[in-house]
Design a protein around this ligand. Structure first.
Ligand code: CP3
Length: 343
C-alpha cells in the first residue's frame, strides 16, 4: 500500500495496514537544511516564492518516510492578502502591522481577488504535486477565522488574546462582519488549494481555548462549519483545536471528519468521548522529540497500542515541532510507526 492510499483509506475510516504518519511543522527550525535557506531569505520571501516553498515542503520527505506532505506556508497569508501584513518580533512571536480595532478598519479589509493574491500558494502546491505524484498525500491548510481574528485584533502573538475576547463580546456586529469576510476568503482559498491538487486540508484553530465552552460555537465552530460547507469537493477536513478536548463532539458538528488532538488528552478517552465515530490524529507531546530516541520509541509504541482499537488514526504530534527537536528523535518516531502493523 502506498502512502497516499494509506492516508486516504484512514481518512475514510477504513483500516489500513498501519496508521499513516506526518508531523505538524515538519518544515522548520529543527532541520539544518531549512535553517540554511532561512539564512539566505526572510520567512515571507520563502512563503511567497513557489520554488522555495516547494523545496522546503520536500525537505522533510527527503529525510524521513512520511506518508503526507504539508505545504510550507503560514496561516497569516490570509490577513496579509486582506491588507494586514505581519512580521516577526525580535524576541520571537508575530507582530501584525496594526491592530484591528474598529468597524471602518474591518470594512477596509480588501477581500477581493483572494485567489489571485494567494496564487503563489497554488503554484507551490502544483510544483509539490508534480514532484510527489500520487505516492504521498498532499495536505493544504488554513487558520480558522477565530484564530486569525486573534492575531488581527490583538495585533500579533499574545499570552491570552484578551483584546480579541473582549472585542467579540462587546462588538458582536463588527465581529460578525470580520468573521464573514474571513470565512468567505478562506472558502476561496481552500477551493483554490483543492484545484491545485490537495487530498485533504487541516484547519488550525490554535487559539480556540480563548473561547469559553458556551461561546465556542458562535465565535469559532459556526464559521468553520460555513467553510466546510463551502468546499467544492468533499475532501476530508482535519480540525485541530488546541486546548478544547472537552468539546470534541461540538467540533464534529462542523463536518470535520478527523479531529487532531493536542497532547493533553489520551487517545483512548478521545475515542470514548466521540463514540469512535471519527478518525483521530495525534498526539505525541512534541517535547519528547527533544529527549532521546529510546524515550521516543517507548512513547510512540504506547500510542500505537491504542491506535489498534481506533476507528481511524493518523499518527502526528500534539502540536507543531519545536525548534529544539532532535533529528535522531524524529527518525526514531518514524522508524517505530513505519515498522508497525495492525494485528
Ligand atoms: O507543518 C508545516 O511545516 C507547514 C507549515 C506551517 C507553518 N506555520 C510554517 C511556519 C503551518 C501549518 C503553520 C501554521 C501556523 N502558523 C499556525 C497554526 C499552527 C500552530 O502552530 O498552532 C500558527 C498559529 C501560525 C502563526 C505563526 N507562524 C507563529 C506563531 C510562528 C512562530 C513565530 C515565532 O517567532 O516563533 C510562525 C512562524 C512559522 N510558520 C515557522 C514555520 C516553519 C517558523 C519560522 C522560522 O522562524 O523559521
Amino acid at each position: 500500500m502506498n502512502s497516499r492510499d494509506r492516508f486516504l483509506k484512514t481518512a475514510q475510516l477504513e483500516k489500513a495496514d498501519r496508521p499513516p504518519v506526518w508531523l505538524m511543522r515538519q518544515a522548520g527550525r529543527y532541520l539544518p537544511e531549512y535553517r540554511e535557506l532561512k539564512s539566505k531569505y526572510d520567512f515571507i520571501t520563502l512563503v511567497k516564492t513557489p520554488e522555495l516553498a516547494t523545496e522546503i515542503t520536500l525537505q522533510p520527505l527527503k529525510r524521513f518516510p512520511l506518508d503526507a506532505a504539508i505545504i510550507f506556508s503560514d496561516i497569516l497569508v490570509i490577513p496579509e492578502a486582506l491588507g494586514q501584513p505581519y512580521n516577526f518580533r525580535d524576541g520571537g512571536g508575530i507582530q501584525m502591522e496594526y491592530c484591528l480595532s474598529n468597524k471602518s478598519q474591518i470594512e477596509a479589509l480588501d477581500d477581493s481577488a483572494i485567489t489571485e493574491k494567494l496564487n503563489y500558494v497554488s503554484e507551490a502546491l502544483k510544483l509539490t504535486k508534480k514532484s510527489i505524484g500520487d505516492t504521498k498525500a498532499l495536505l493544504g491548510f488554513c487558520g480558522s477565522p477565530w484564530t486569525l481574528a486573534c492575531y488581527m485584533i490583538d495585533g500579533g502573538s499574545s499570552p491570552d488574546f484578551s483584546r480579541t475576547a473582549q472585542f467579540a463580546q462587546r462588538n458582536p456586529k463588527e465581529f460578525s462582519l470580520l468573521m464573514e469576510k474571513l470565512s468567505q476568503s478562506i472558502i476561496h482559498y481552500l477551493n483554490m488549494q483543492i484545484d491545485a491538487g490537495v487530498d485533504c486540508v487541516q484547519i488550525f484553530d490554535s487559539w480556540a481555548s480563548v473561547c469559553t465552552e458556551s461561546n465556542y460555537y458562535s465565535q469559532s465552530l459556526k464559521w468553520i462549519q460555513i467553510i466546510i460547507n463551502g468546499l467544492k469537493k468533499p475532501i476530508p477536513v482535519i480540525l485541530y483545536a488546541k486546548g478544547m478536548n472537552h468539546c470534541l463532539n461540538q467540533q464534529l458538528k462542523t463536518g470535520a471528519k478527523i479531529l487532531s488532538l493536542d497532547w493533553t488528552i489520551s487517545l483512548k478517552d478521545a475515542a470514548r468521548e466521540t463514540n469512535n465515530q471519527c478518525a483521530l490524529q495525534g498526539n505525541l507531546d512534541p517535547q519528547f522529540l527533544t529527549t532521546d530516541p529510546s524515550t521516543v520509541k517507548k512513547e510512540t509504541e504506547s500510542l500505537l497500542k491504542i491506535s489498534e482499537s481506533l476507528k481511524g488514526h493518523i499518527f502526528n504530534l500534539g502540536h507543531g515541532m519545536l525548534p529544539t527537536a532532535k533529528v535522531e528523535c524524529v527518525e526514531a518516531l518514524l522508524e517505530t510507526v513505519t515498522n508497525y502493523r495492525y494485528g
